[in-house]
Design a protein around this ligand. Structure first.
Ligand SMILES: [Zn+2]
Ligand SMILES: [Zn+2]
Length: 145
């Protein structure tokens, strides 16, 4: 089982080791059925059964857990940006997204220059496949502060 999934007690999340992202509790079965066809069905069933024995939380609830600042094993560490306005600490993955955040929340204008800094972070529920992974939401966790 450990070969395929890792359960993180702190975040109540099950991470697919191959894809390096979290799975919502009601998405585990479908994820392994659709994205892991090479895993024998008996093992897939075991993974689903195992997932039901865990206290998995919905992504919205996981999103609200305060970061522990300890890297989450099994997830990629990515270079992102942290907002430096006051103690906002909003995390974004791209400059464009951060500019929009600062414009909308802090009255930022282009002439103010960069009001954010580089930040290593992790994503439990990537939004890259948003169209497909409808349960998934982005969560950016500060890991080194
Ligand atoms: Zn997977
Ligand atoms: Zn901000």
């Amino acid at each position: 089982m450990d070969q395929y999934v890792t359960y993180h007690n702190d975040y109540h999340v099950l991470i697919c080791r191959q894809h390096a992202f979290g799975l919502s509790p009601d998405y585990v079965e479908r994820h392994f059925r659709e994205s892991h066809k090479t895993i024998p069905i008996e093992i897939r069933k075991k993974i689903v059964h195992y997932s039901k024995t865990l206290d998995l939380w919905q992504s919205e609830r996981v999103n609200n857990i305060a970061p522990t600042f300890v890297p989450i094993q099994g997830l990629h560490i990515i270079s992102g940006l942290k907002c430096d306005y006051f103690d906002c600490k909003e995390l974004r993955s791209t400059e464009i997204s951060m500019e929009k955040h600062c414009r909308d929340n802090h009255g930022w204008k282009g002439k103010d220059g960069r009001q954010w800094s580089e930040q290593k972070m992790q994503v439990i529920f990537p939004s890259l496949k948003r169209k497909y992974f409808t349960y998934f939401e982005i969560i950016n966790l500060d890991i080194f502060q």
